[in-house]
Design a protein around this ligand. Structure first.
Ligand SMILES: Cc1ncc(COP(=O)(O)O)c(C=O)c1O
Length: 274
């Protein structure tokens, strides 16, 4: 696969950035993961808009979105065509000191691609004991400081899950490490509001728009009463949850989940850049 860095394409084994890059040193950067199906990026405009919002929230200069869009398309063109790939767009604060203070070098912008397996039909999840801080400075931003997610995924794996679910400091449902969560409670499809501290997922927004779901505060404890539940995310679209903490949900996939997955697949096929 090709890699694009600051306007230049490289073979992946020749792509290099500085070991003093602040993204590496302290996770001072933002990123996006974009689905690429048969060479076609999905919802690239929405992803670039979120990249800009994350950069503003982290306080780094605005990335050049036109240049990054061109870089993304050039990377896809220069890479072997595969049925499904994930495209990673990363923008860091650039070269800086070895501490948390920032340097004044230009941003580092990177586009990389990797082939991706099709998502499984369902997923087992585990709720982790550490809350997301919905009041934190980085709440709702897609920054490269994802160590908390790595730790949570490790916990989930030890507890029979392949995705970890976070509550927040108020004891309400928040999101997964790379996913948003929807549940059917009392026959209604609900998902936590952005004020819960979750990322404004592109897939989440499209499911709300195309399928309809209420954004409302959901006490974490209510998850165990869910009739059905599903995750949304770029690498999964709509994915039914089978078990939560080892307990099987009553309906997998339930009728509302199945409908959401169908509507999403249909609309996404019609509109590659919704
Ligand atoms: C923390 C977090 N929540 C939710 C999501 C789902 O967002 P999207 O649907 O845009 O992939 C992601 C992945 O991007 C994520 O990293």
């Amino acid at each position: 696969m090709a890699v694009w860095i600051n306007g230049e394409l490289y073979p992946d084994n020749e792509a290099r950035i500085s070991i003093f890059d602040h993204g590496l040193v302290v996770g001072d950067g933002v990123f996006e993961t974009v689905k690429v199906a048969d060479g076609q990026p999905f919802a690239l405009t929405r992803h670039l808009a979120r990249l800009a919002r994350s950069a503003a929230g982290l306080g780094i200069p605005a990335p050049d979105l036109d240049q990054i869009r061109a870089g993304a398309l050039a990377t896809i063109d220069a890479s072997p065509r595969v049925p499904l790939a994930r495209m990673r767009i990363t923008v860091t604060a650039g070269v800086g000191p070895l501490g948390s203070e920032r340097g004044s070098s230009p941003l580092t912008a990177i586009v990389a691609l990797a082939e991706q397996a099709a998502p499984a039909d369902f997923v087992d999840v585990a709720v982790v004991p550490w809350p997301r801080n919905e009041l934190g400075a980085l709440s709702g931003l897609k920054t490269t400081s994802y160590g908390e997610n790595v730790r949570a995924l490790g916990y989930a794996a030890e507890h029979g899950g392949s995705e970890a679910i976070f509550g927040n400091t108020a004891g309400n449902l928040c999101e997964g490490t790379g996913t948003n969560i929807f549940a059917v409670l009392g026959g209604r499809l609900v998902t936590p509001p952005l004020s819960a501290g979750c990322l404004a997922g592109v897939t989440r927004a499209l499911v709300i728009e195309w399928v309809g779901a209420a954004e409302e505060t959901i006490p974490l404890a209510d998850l165990s009463n869910a009739e059905e539940a599903f995750l949304t995310g770029t690498t999964r679209d709509v994915q039914s949850i089978r078990n939560i903490n080892g307990l099987k949900l009553p309906s997998v996939p339930g009728p509302i989940t199945r409908k959401a997955a169908e509507v999403f697949a249909m609309r996404a096929a019609e509109l590659p850049n919704p």
